[in-house]
Design a protein around this ligand. Sequence first.
Ligand SMILES: [Zn+2]
Length: 268
Amino acid sequence: MPELPEVETVRRHLEAIVGHTIGTAEVLHPRVERRQVDGRLADRLVGRRIAGTDRHGKFLIFDLDDRTVWIVHLGMSGRVHLRDPREPRDRHTVLAVGVGEVEFRFVDPRTFGFSVVVDDRTEVIGHLGPDALDLTLSRFGAALVGRTAPVKALLLDQKVVAGLGNIYADEVLFRAGVRPTRPGGSLTEEEIERVHGAIAPVLAEALAVGGTTLDDLAFLLPDGAAAGDLERLSVYGRTDRPCRRCGRPVQRVVVRGRGTHYCERCQR
Ligand SMILES: [Zn+2]
């Protein structure tokens, strides 16, 4: 699933459509507009100028010129391409939006993603915690107090922190030296600081290479170029391979249904 670095990479690419007006919008799979309760998605897009882009966690946000907000969530394996409108569409294109000279194409084979236009962004993202790049230490610490859930599960909980998924949660905990199965409430103040302090650098490193490409999801940048590969990561996907710090085999356990990777010696 695209996480913060992948979604932010897409957002930066989509800055190219800011200032342009939406001329056409076609919903090609009804599931893409399942969250649209107020009017039809296409009707709410056509004629609007894109005033700016933003992102919160894994949500792409476009401010429109009538103060409404267009939100896109890529789901499990969605991606966005900007294409010449004359080029044939990928068969999994669920939404095609003509903006200026280009066509914004949302391609989503598994249709877990969605797109919606709302009057206020909180209607869609109001339940989320702070974006992972804006999370303060005090807020993070408060979110862990008394929690029996594993710290890995808390990092994945978008109400605690928005933007981390399975890859970067594992990477953050490795960098912090904290075992993913530890109950959130058992972390010392110093450990909380280490976990919090690992979030921004882990995400910044991923962002610097355009995120991570997963074989099974074939996450692609909007221009079709593959992003950074798994070989760059410290523990995620490295089961039984040597820990990059101590050489011991990386362990894999399942935490709340998610494959979780860590080093027994380096993470306590
Ligand atoms: Zn190790």
